[in-house]
Design a protein around this ligand. Structure first.
Ligand code: F6P
Length: 549
């Protein structure tokens, strides 16, 4: 079948067939599908190394997948995968290649992009952060008064914060005596102030992590941290306490950081895909270079699977297609992520940025308007806390909410308590799928008085048919975490490729940055206020009144 050159994927025959198929099957109950097919789990699950994907609790049949796979072909998914992998400039609006997969290639691999083997560049910078991390972790790197580093503060936001923070927390059991890590992202001065209040400048190392080195939140925090340090120590000691991770050599030098203390990366690494680059320095400091290498190896294993496995047994492709089935054809607005692992509690926030910044788009890669629903609202919370917060709506609310349950089969701490966690996760997926019929509810209430029964039975009825994927990891290790994060990256890529959009720019976020620049000076009493709507003008004057005296 010829691939579509321009983005009229929604004009394709298979698009119409998928709509038709959704209309014909939307009332099918998953519990009946399970009853009719004892092999459903075997048919709709997939194992890769220490990772099992159970996607059987979805409103899908073999036919659904057949149509979705056809959609992937029509959208030329394999062509887009090859273009990304080879380093073509598929981020058209920024004229950049998209090569986070190159960051996890082994040292002996070769990837020539526009005449240069970028794997050599990647490993050169990796070697530098490995060396630096070893020195800091072993105490060879010393602060101004000769003491070793006990605390590291990573100053960054978005991709320069979320991925590293998640990985540091998830891999905490592997820290083995490394320094304590602190992540400061918010421009709210409380974030930095509360962090610094607990630290000794003489044993603190700051990493300024900013791809662009122009992000106002990060630069303001970096300047405030610098002032805090200089007031307590000295300007001359900055070299021993501040390093930077950035692509912007000149701005880092302008800030007063020595070239030897700058770790670089490249414009072909998107911020939300940057944890694998030197942006991962904080993770490496926390868990050591060997663990970080394992994280990269796990991600690379997922890349190999993604680029080589046939689509019908390809984990990221299947997750993406099932997501499209709900977002685009069922009109589901949201997608919930529930890690049943305290260390993975920031996973929903990381995936939120990864997915929503990538696929929160209404225009295709050629600038055309997309007349269908694209990226969902991603949200979630660690299990079991989420059960006591919002699961009521999942069980008995009116909305379709596809969910991902991420469940390690083994924990790092008490095994019997961990088993309770696993039982909760499995029970929730079962209950969400099965529900409880009115007849079942009535049977449970047998013996009750007629009127009370009529009132109670509907309240104890659960519609079920709420879909979920379960990602069962043997254990959260650097390797399995690498696989998991790369799995979501590729899922997002596949969805963007099929919807025909550019997953690698973020003009909406750039717009937000510009808006604050206009209002900031207007908050000062006595300054001119430009033309705004009456609400914004009212809020500005409310602020100014409070600050006038
Ligand atoms: O949120 C927008 C964004 O550009 C993200 O994509 C990026 O991760 C974040 O800002 C931080 O950017 P930088 O690393 O350049 O400071």
């Amino acid at each position: 079948m010829a691939a579509i050159r321009f983005n009229d994927i929604n004009a394709s025959q298979v698009w119409a067939k998928l709509h038709q198929h959704q209309r014909a099957t939307r009332y099918v109950a998953m519990r009946e599908l399970f009853e009719a097919d004892p092999q459903r789990f075997e048919r709709f699950s997939l194992k890769l190394d220490g990772l099992l994907l159970d996607y059987s609790k979805n409103r899908i049949s073999e036919r659904t997948l057949e149509l979705l796979l056809e959609l992937a072909d029509v959208a030329d998914l394999s062509g887009w995968m090859a273009r990304m992998r080879a380093g073509e400039r598929i981020n058209v609006s920024e004229n950049r290649a998209v090569l986070h997969t190159a960051l996890r290639l082994p040292k002996d691999a070769v990837l020539e992009v526009e005449g240069r083997n970028i794997v050599a560049d990647v490993h050169e910078e990796l070697a530098r952060i490995r060396d630096f991390s070893r020195r800091v972790r072993s105490g060879l790197w010393r602060g101004h008064d000769g003491r070793a580093v006990t605390d590291v503060v990573n100053l960054g936001i978005g991709g320069s914060d979320l991925g590293p923070l998640l990985a540091t927390e998830a891999l905490a059991p592997y820290a083995q005596g490394g320094p304590r890590l602190h992540y400061v992202s918010n421009v709210d001065p409380a974030h930095l102030a509360r962090t610094l209040a607990r630290l000794d400048p003489a044993t603190t190392l700051f990493i300024i992590a900013s791809k662009s080195f122009t992000t106002p939140e990060t630069l303001l925090n970096a300047q405030a941290a610098r002032r805090w340090f200089v007031e307590r120590v000295s300007e001359a000691a900055i070299d021993k306490h501040f390093v930077a991770v950035s692509t912007n050599e000149a701005a880092v030098a302008g800030f007063g950081i020595d070239a030897a203390n700058r770790f670089g990366f490249w414009d072909w690494v998107g911020g939300r895909y940057s944890v694998w680059s030197t942006v991962g320095l904080s993770v490496m400091l926390a868990v050591g270079p060997e663990c970080f290498d394992e994280l990269l190896a796990g991600a690379h294993a997922m890349d190999e699977h993604f680029f080589n496995a046939p689509f019908q047994v390809n984990m990221p492709v299947l997750l993406a297609l099932i997501g499209i089935w709900y977002n685009t054809f069922y009109g589901a607005h949201t997608h919930a992520i529930m890690p049943y692992d305290h260390g993975l509690r920031r996973l929903p926030a990381h995936i939120q940025q990864l997915d929503m910044e990538s696929n929160g788009k209404r225009v295709g890669r050629y600038g055309e308007r997309l007349d269908f629903d694209t990226g969902p609202v991603i949200w979630g919370e660690e299990g079991v806390n989420s059960q006591h917060a919002f699961f009521q709506l999942l069980h008995q609310g009116t909305r379709l909410v596809p969910c991902d349950f991420i469940v390690p089969m083994q924990g790092h701490y008490d095994a019997s308590q961990h088993q309770v966690l696993v039982a909760n996760a499995f029970a929730q997926t079962e209950a969400l799928m099965r529900g409880k019929t009115g007849t079942e509810a009535m049977a449970e209430l047998a013996g009750m008085d007629g009127e009370v029964l009529d009132m109670l039975a509907p309240q104890k009825t659960f519609p079920g048919n709420q879909p979920s994927n379960t990602l069962a990891l043997d254990k959260v290790t650097p390797h399995s975490l690498g696989m998991l994060l790369a799995l979501y990256e590729h899922k997002v890529f596949v969805q963007g490729a099929i919807w025909g959009l550019n997953s690698f720019d973020q003009w909406g976020v750039e717009y937000g940055k510009a808006l604050a620049r206009t209002i900031l000076p207007e908050l000062n009493p006595g300054k001119n206020v430009g033309v705004h709507d009456s609400s914004t003008t009212g809020l500005i004057s409310h602020y100014r009144q409070l600050h006038e005296h």
